[in-house]
Design a protein around this ligand. Structure first.
Ligand SMILES: [Zn+2]
Length: 120
């Protein structure tokens, strides 16, 4: 069962590899850059307190920020510094170590986001 477009990498006639999404040569492909610019959140910002991983450590998770990855990364850095904690950024959400939900919600609201507490 083969359908055009299913293969992850396509070989062009000159032997160079092309991007499966835009069909440009990989060297000319802008898909990765475009993905970094893509806004992932819907603007309904939710801040929740969750247990992370097998250790069950408490983390504060921020979802829905209407930012591209680069801007999200910059905001995450400022937010972690404001809370004095560490954290990560993945799949369009921010995760901070510890329970900072109230502080994060207030901080985001002060930054002009429509942030709400959600969940526990
Ligand atoms: Zn591409």
């Amino acid at each position: 069962m083969t359908r055009a477009g299913d293969s992850s990498l396509v070989y062009s006639t000159d032997g160079g590899r092309t991007c499966p999404v835009c069909r440009q040569a990989l060297g000319a492909c802008q898909c990765a850059a475009a993905a970094r610019q893509a806004v992932q959140g819907d603007g309904r910002v939710r801040v929740s307190r969750e247990k992370a991983g097998r250790g069950g450590k408490t983390v504060t998770v921020v979802r829905g920020l209407p930012l591209a990855a680069d801007a999200l990364s910059a905001l995450g850095k400022r937010l972690r510094s404001a809370c004095g904690t560490g954290g990560t950024q993945r799949d369009g959400l921010l995760e901070l170590q510890g329970d900072h939900a109230e502080r994060v919600t207030a901080w985001l609201q002060a930054e002009g986001f429509d942030a709400k507490r959600s969940g526990g």
